[in-house]
Write a new protein. Structure first.
Length: 268
């Protein structure tokens, strides 16, 4: 029986990953934050899912602690067969292409780059630690129970409650969305079969905000875009490495919007 330990197992991805691994016969543990007894016990597979997302600008020290410092402790102190570090395709924000080997750009003066810098520091530390590690750069992960600060969760919740939505970004802004079940399936297979050190874990499909607005209009939600709103665009994520090794995702955002809209409609 394969054994896995999930750091950050109480989070959205961590909880789904825990359930999927158990479903496939893995023995899984997700220690609570602050519980460090496991660091003195040899581990098989460690999934490092700890991290901050939307609130990283308000918590810069906690961001670096989660993405780098605690990872450093694990790399130095814990015996494991393999560690999978969850990074983000957000690191391609200033890159010309979205492949695993792209030259990445960051600016320390840009507050929004603190997240990218800390993730890249975590990646670099892991890759040059001399330990058996792999990097999974995840795109925008969606599904029932996604964090309230998630962009998709926020607009769906607002649309359901107010039946009116004002996008704060330009219509041609776009994101790559991957269902959490697909993301966790890929993570499980990367840990068990992956031969590459870095994988983009994404759908490879960009969805424009105008497409979301058009779909919401079919649900009688009045949508508009703030005049002069900035565009949020990233280079398309290259998923050829991922799909060649592990196949295509089983979900498409466009097919899941109705179920997600109903989910938020039923919430109190």
């Amino acid at each position: 029986m394969r054994r896995a330990l999930i750091v950050g197992g109480s989070g959205f991805i961590g909880q789904h990953l825990h359930r999927l691994l158990e479903l496939h016969g893995w023995q899984v543990s997700s220690p609570a934050r602050g519980d460090l007894h496991w660091m003195h016990t040899p581990q098989d597979i460690v999934f490092y899912c700890a991290g901050l997302t939307a609130d990283f600008r308000k918590q810069p020290f906690a961001t670096v602690e989660a993405h780098v410092h605690f990872l450093q402790q694990i790399l130095q102190q814990v015996q494991f067969e393999r560690l999978v570090y969850l990074s983000s395709t957000r690191v391609y924000q200033k890159a010309s292409t979205g492949s695993e080997d792209s030259l990445l750009g960051v600016m320390s003066q840009d507050a929004s780059d603190l997240y990218n810098l800390s993730k890249l520091m975590g990646e670099s530390l892991a890759l040059h630690s001399g330990r058996p590690v792999q990097i999974a750069r995840l795109s925008n992960i969606y599904g029932k129970g996604m964090p309230s600060a998630n962009f998709l969760a926020d607009i769906l919740r607002t649309a359901v409650r107010q039946r009116r939505l004002v996008f704060q970004t330009a219509p041609f802004s776009e994101k790559d969305y991957l269902h959490v079940e697909d993301a966790c399936r890929y993570l499980m297979r990367i840990a068990g079969e992956g031969c590459e050190r870095v994988y983009n874990v994404a759908s490879g499909q960009q969805t424009q905000h105008s497409t979301l607005a058009d779909w919401l209009a079919t649900q009688q939600v009045a949508c508009e875009f703030l005049a002069g709103a900035p565009a949020q665009r990233f280079p398309p994520v290259d998923v050829s490495r991922l799909h060649a090794a592990f196949g295509l995702p089983q979900h498409r955002l466009q097919d899941d919007l109705s179920e997600l809209f109903s989910y938020y409609s039923e919430m109190p």
